[in-house]
Structure formats: structure tokens, C-alpha cells
Unconditional design. Structure first.
Length: 105
């Protein structure tokens, strides 16, 4: 009798199914080393919202702007729930935001 999958294994399997339904993961070849073995994990990525500020670039043609990013005052940190696929050969990592595929929480 096969082992009973854990709740996490079931959720990992569901997440991979959702990604495949949406056209992701159609090729399991690592784009860096060409191997095919991946480790799959759920992770929380620390995140802090940034504000973009446009500034006229000095000595630049009219209309040219620089974009600067800064931490918003009073902002709180949070996390992005994600699914990562890491190549077991070279460490290349793909990250999928679980909020965007309806599997957060
Ligand atoms: Zn690789």
C-alpha cells in the first residue's frame, strides 16, 4: 500500500496542477544547466512595498527621467507566499506567487 500523502504534498501537487493548467511548467529542462531534476518547496518571501519616484535626469535630453525607488515611510513588511522550483544540479530557481494562482492561505 502506498504511503498516504501529507497535506503539504497534496497542496504541492495541486499547485503544480494549477501551474500546468495555466501553461507553465511545459518544459522541465533547466534553462541554465539543461538537467531535469527539481526540488519543490513552499516559501514565504519577505517583502516591503516600494514607491517609484521620477526625477529629471541632469544633463539629459528633455523628457528623459530617472526612476528611483524608495521605502515608503510607515510601511509595514509582509511576505509573499510562493512556490519555488529549484534545480538540484545548478540551483537555478523559479518562483511562483501563490496569491496569483489562488493557493495562498
Ligand atoms: Zn540547473
Amino acid at each position: 500500500m502506498p504511503p498516504i500523502p501529507t497535506a503539504e504534498q497534496i497542496k504541492l501537487s495541486k499547485a503544480l496542477d494549477v501551474l500546468r493548467e495555466r501553461g507553465a511548467l511545459s518544459d522541465d529542462t533547466c534553462p541554465e544547466c539543461r538537467h531535469h531534476d527539481w526540488h519543490v518547496d513552499f516559501v514565504a518571501i519577505a517583502a516591503m512595498p516600494l514607491s517609484a519616484i521620477e526625477s529629471q535626469a541632469p544633463y539629459a535630453p528633455p523628457g528623459a527621467v530617472n526612476l528611483f525607488f524608495s521605502v515608503r515611510l510607515g510601511s509595514t513588511t509582509g511576505y509573499i507566499p510562493a512556490l519555488t522550483l529549484t534545480c538540484t544540479t545548478c540551483g537555478y530557481t523559479k518562483i511562483f506567487n501563490l496569491n496569483k494562482i489562488g493557493l495562498a492561505g
